[in-house]
Design a protein around this ligand. Structure first.
Ligand SMILES: NC(=O)c1ccc[n+]([C@@H]2O[C@H](COP(=O)([O-])OP(=O)(O)OC[C@H]3O[C@@H](n4cnc5c(N)ncnc54)[C@H](OP(=O)(O)O)[C@@H]3O)[C@@H](O)[C@H]2O)c1
Length: 331
């Protein structure tokens, strides 16, 4: 049994972490729910019981075996040293430590062996990188990977609980005859598509969300020179990121062989009979832990290429579920 802490227990990801811990029957003998002073004293649900939320402090990590961090990068930088000093292993869902050489960046089906090298801290990849890896890794192992091209269609829950509330408020206002003024992003997200997800980092017009996909994919796949082309887009979906993906491979792989390979891939479900309406959608993926792939076909633009569509619940496999799968690897 383990004493588990969640930093960010009241947030969009923290809420799903509590659900997933209970669903997977992770052996929790005590759950410590931590957040800011704003939520201290409120009660949250865990496995049919209520747990009081405490303000994060160094003392709160005393006796904790596994600390799941999901309260943003600056909180991770502030509190990870205290949690590690208290003897906990931190599984961090933020971007704070992902690219540090001494921090494993782990997708449980793809590079679980990387957990072994940890020094008290393991990073959980960004949601849009996460869902791509279990699909791309079997293709890499079979025929090699030359170039990865990805266009994302990202749900608002990737921005946090405030964005879910904002989308619903904008939709309600438009439906009531109002103008649905922007609440979360620079433009309205209700009935709209925004060609920006994340914030601008100053590197050649790319957002941090786009650069995470480039750098994290290279680290997880151990391909430091992999060519990656990416554009991240925000769509008015509550949960479930979708991705249009093109892979150029070293050797040719037919769509049928790719389907057969992916049917065997852990954590991946092939849904691919588009003529009969069978392809993955965000609504179908929401609330589940798998990564769904469909519309697998030849890329007509290159000699050895495949195109396909990948969907997963960004709050579950893209964040909470993978963090808990990492914790399971630790046990
Ligand atoms: N959403 C996704 O799909 C996704 C995917 C991958 C990674 N992530 C990452 O996961 C993290 C959390 O995302 P989220 O979507 O769950 O955000 P969120 O819904 O905004 O929740 C933020 C959580 O952090 C807590 N918090 C904020 N300021 C704090 C402080 N000063 N001290 C202690 N706790 C504080 C909040 O507690 P209060 O209730 O007290 O405000 C809340 O529990 C971020 O690093 C995000 O980048 C998110």
């Amino acid at each position: 049994m383990a004493k588990v802490a969640i930093l960010g227990a009241t947030g969009a990801v923290g809420t799903v972490m509590r659900q997933v811990l209970a669903e997977r029957q992770f052996p929790v003998d005590e759950l410590v729910c931590l957040a800011s002073a704003r939520s201290a004293g409120t009660r949250v649900e865990f496995a049919g019981d209520e747990v009081e939320v405490r303000e994060v402090s160094a003392e709160a990590f005393r006796g904790v075996d596994v600390a799941l961090f999901s309260a943003g990068a600056s909180r991770s930088r502030e509190w990870a040293p205290a949690a590690i000093a208290a003897g906990a292993v931190v599984v961090d869902n933020s971007s704070a430590f992902r690219m540090q050489d001494d921090v494993p960046l782990v997708v449980s089906e793809v590079n679980p062996e990387a957990v072994r090298g940890h020094r008290g801290l393991i990073a959980n990849p960004n949601c849009s990188t996460m869902q791509l890896m279990p699909v791309v890794k079997p293709l890499l192992d079979a025929v090699g990977l030359v170039h990865l091209t990805v266009a994302t269609y990202q749900a608002v829950s990737g921005t946090g609980q405030s964005a879910i509330d904002g989308l619903k408020a904008e939709v309600a206002e438009v439906m009531a005859g109002g103008n649905g003024a922007a609440r979360v992003y620079p433009h309205p997200i209700a009935f709209n598509v925004l060609p920006v997800a994340g914030s601008f980092s100053g590197e050649d017009g790319y957002t941090d969300e786009e650069l995470k996909l480039v750098h994290e994919s290279r680290k997880i796949l151990s391909l430091p020179d992999l060519r990656v082309s990416v554009m991240c887009v925000r769509v008015p979906v509550v949960s479930g990121h979708s991705e249009a993906v093109w892979v150029e491979t070293r050797e040719r792989l037919s769509p049928d062989d790719a389907r057969a390979l992916l049917r065997e891939a852990p954590g991946v479900v092939v849904v691919d009979d588009p003529a009969n309406g069978r392809y993955p959608t965000a609504l179908q993926a929401a609330g589940t832990d798998d990564v769904y792939v469909g519309r697998i076909r030849r890329d007509l633009g290159v000699p050895n290429g495949l195109a396909f569509w990948v969907v997963s619940d960004n709050l579950r496999k893209g964040a909470a579920t993978n963090a808990i799968q990492i914790a399971e690897l630790l046990l």
